[in-house]
Ligand binder design. Sequence first.
Ligand SMILES: [Mg+2]
Length: 174
Amino acid sequence: MLNRLSQLLTPSLLVRHVTEVPVSLFTARGIRAVVTDLDNTLLPWHADEEATPEVLAWLAGLRDAGIGVCLASNTRRLPRLERIAKGWGIAHVPRTANKPGTAGLLHALTLLGARREESAMIGDQLFTDILGGNRLGMFTVLVNPLSEQEFVGTRYISRNLERLVLRGDRARPR
Ligand SMILES: [Mg+2]
């Protein structure tokens, strides 16, 4: 039971930032769909809606490789989510994804027309993004959060639990 739980909370890959994951890593694994968190993964938390040129180039690289991308966010700011997805030319789950529940992630896979075993889930939170993705057997990538400013519950509860689970094994800052 504990063993299963620790497996569910272990990402397949730890990186500092999404742009450190080369497209070739996905293609080599037969991954043809990427479901990704938004806040603190692609954008600083609730910051403006402009991604950095590096993030936009990374998204373009996925698109050029024929890999579908879909946002799955637990945000309640759905108009913002839709604006961002449309602006970037990617799909989005048009409701609060409720990760680590799997319904929102399955919705994303339906939108992308991909099976779970040929899909990756990327996010900055173990207890929502990684747990949800692992429950479906997806390839999971944990990134360091882009900004320290977060919803207070996330900051003081989840992060402390994450420290216990990860024992400091976040990708190290340079
Ligand atoms: Mg996040």
